[in-house]
Design a protein around this ligand. Structure first.
Ligand SMILES: C[S@@+](CC[C@H](N)C(=O)[O-])C[C@H]1O[C@@H](n2cnc3c(N)ncnc32)[C@H](O)[C@@H]1O
Length: 197
C-alpha cells in the first residue's frame, strides 16, 4: 500500500500513487497536484519535528498533505475551498487511517496563519489566469480575482511568525512578500524555499 511504502522511504511513481483516487482526479493529477518526489522534498524542507504544523494553501484532493504526513511526524493541514475535493481528501485520510493530517473546507483567508510554522503553496490561483487550467465547472478566468487572491496571500504570509518556513512550487518570487527571505531553489528553480524574517 502506497502510504506504507512512503514510510519505508520507498517512493511510488505518480501513476501508482494516484491509483488511490477516482479516475477524474487521476486525470487532473499531473497538472494540478504535487508529484510524489516533489511532495517528499517539500515536506522535508518544511517539517522537522512532530510539533510542526504545516499548512497547504489550496490542498485539492490532499496529495501533498497525505504524502507529507507519511514521510514526517509533523501535523499537516490542508485548506481547500472546494467541498467535493475536501470530502475526497478526508475519505482518503479515513480509508488509510492517516493520523497526522487534517483537511478544512474553507477559503485560505479565513485561517490564522500565526498558528502554522510551515506553509506550502503550489500556485493555487492559476485557474483564474488560464482558461486551460480547469478543475471543475466552477473554474473561471478572472484577472481581478487572481490579483485579489495574490494580495490576500501576501497579507496572510505577512501575519506569519518569525522563522516560519515557506516552500512554493511553480510560483514566481514576486508573489511572495519581502518579509520572507529567499533561501534556496531546486528542481530547476521550480521548488523555492523561504524563511520569515
Ligand atoms: C494546484 S491545486 C494544488 C493542490 C495541492 N496543493 C497539491 O499540491 O496536491 C490548487 C487548489 O487550490 C484550491 N484553491 C484555489 N483558491 C483557493 C482559496 N482561495 N482558498 C482555498 N483553496 C483554494 C483549488 O480549489 C485547488 O484545489
Amino acid at each position: 500500500m502506497v502510504f506504507k511504502l512512503l514510510k519505508q522511504k520507498k517512493y511510488p511513481s505518480d501513476t501508482v500513487f494516484d491509483e488511490i483516487y477516482p479516475k477524474l482526479h487521476r486525470e487532473h493529477s499531473a497538472r494540478h497536484f504535487t508529484p510524489v518526489n516533489i511532495a517528499v522534498k517539500a515536506a522535508r524542507l518544511l517539517a522537522d519535528k512532530h510539533t510542526d504544523k504545516i499548512l497547504d494553501i489550496g490542498s485539492g484532493i490532499g496529495k501533498f498533505c497525505c504524502i507529507g504526513s507519511s514521510v514526517s511526524d509533523a501535523q499537516f493541514y490542508g485548506v481547500e475551498k472546494r467541498k467535493a475535493l475536501t470530502n475526497l481528501a478526508n475519505k482518503i485520510k479515513r480509508n488509510y487511517k492517516l493520523k497526522n493530517v487534517h483537511f478544512i473546507n474553507n477559503d485560505f483567508t479565513a485561517l490564522d496563519f500565526k498558528t502554522f510554522n510551515g506553509i506550502y503553496f503550489f500556485n493555487s490561483f492559476h485557474e483564474y489566469l488560464d482558461s486551460t487550467c480547469v478543475l471543475d465547472e466552477t473554474s473561471k478566468v478572472s484577472l481581478t480575482e487572481h490579483t485579489q487572491y495574490h494580495l490576500d496571500l501576501k497579507m496572510k504570509l505577512n501575519e506569519c511568525q518569525k522563522g516560519t518556513r515557506l516552500v512554493t512550487y511553480y510560483t514566481f518570487k514576486n508573489k511572495i512578500p519581502s518579509s520572507f527571505q529567499f533561501i534556496d531553489a531546486n528542481e530547476t528553480g521550480l521548488l523555492k524555499f523561504y524563511i520569515k524574517k
